[in-house]
Design a protein around this ligand. Structure first.
Ligand code: CA
Length: 225
């Protein structure tokens, strides 16, 4: 696998370690240490993936991520030093594609980088009547309207659409959306589903696409499209 990876990390040792590992895996890394430099650099160089530390001098990583999402679908792997922050970050819908917690092993980072790139590159377009899912860009449209989903909402919808009529429990959905078993609660899935529905309703669809099955979980019902 190849690609230009932007590493945003203010600890020089860590930046050079990541850089070495990425280069050894066939990638072309570039390092920035100041948050304020990231957006202009990303605009000018269009990296294939950004590894973004959240605690940065110059500008906060969360703001940087939000800003990048206004002009680019580049995969962003966010790096945080606090595991308990991940759930909160997901709720903020910053548009990150995955999250890594410090301390990490460089091997783990390489595996995550590859997984995110594979997911975004191999993503195919799924169509189910008016619904089009473009896994390359994590973009879902319904009758031509962009649903403006976050990466997590997109994955959730894609999984349900891939398995029409099948009922999934919250735990199954969580395993699917967060394969690394990070700590999330049942309510996380409920809240993603709620937002997903709200976005579907916002484009003017009267019918419900995602159905709750009381006491069990959720299913996608294509007949209702
Ligand atoms: Ca830092």
């Amino acid at each position: 696998m190849s690609g230009n990876i932007l590493i945003v990390e203010d600890e020089p040792k860590l930046a050079s370690l990541l850089s070495d590992y990425l280069r050894a895996s066939g990638f072309e890394p570039f390092c920035l240490s100041n948050g304020a430099e990231v957006v202009p650099w990303a605009r000018a160089h269009k990296p294939d993936l950004i590894l973004l530390d959240l605690m940065l001098p110059g500008r906060d990583g969360m703001e940087v991520c939000k800003d990048i999402r206004t002009f680019s679908h580049v995969p962003i792997l966010m790096v945080t030093a606090r595991i308990e922050e991940i759930d909160r970050l997901l709720g903020l819908e910053l548009g990150g594609d995955d999250y890594i917690c410090k301390p990490f092993s460089p091997r783990e980072v390489i595996a995550r980088v590859k997984a995110v790139l594979r997911r975004t590159r191999d993503g195919q377009t799924i169509q189910a009547k008016g619904l089009v899912l473009d896994g390359h860009r994590y973009r879902a449209t319904l009758n031509g309207h962009d649903l403006e989903l976050t990466a997590v909402e997109f994955k959730l919808l894609q999984f349900l659409v891939d398995n029409p009529g099948h009922i999934f429990g919250r735990q199954q959905l969580m395993d699917k959306i967060y394969p690394d078993e990070r700590i999330v609660t049942d309510r996380t899935i409920d809240s993603h589903i709620k937002k997903l529905r709200r976005k579907i309703e916002a484009v003017g669809t009267q019918t419900k696409l995602i159905h709750s099955v009381y006491g069990v979980g959720y299913k996608f019902e294509p007949d209702s499209l």
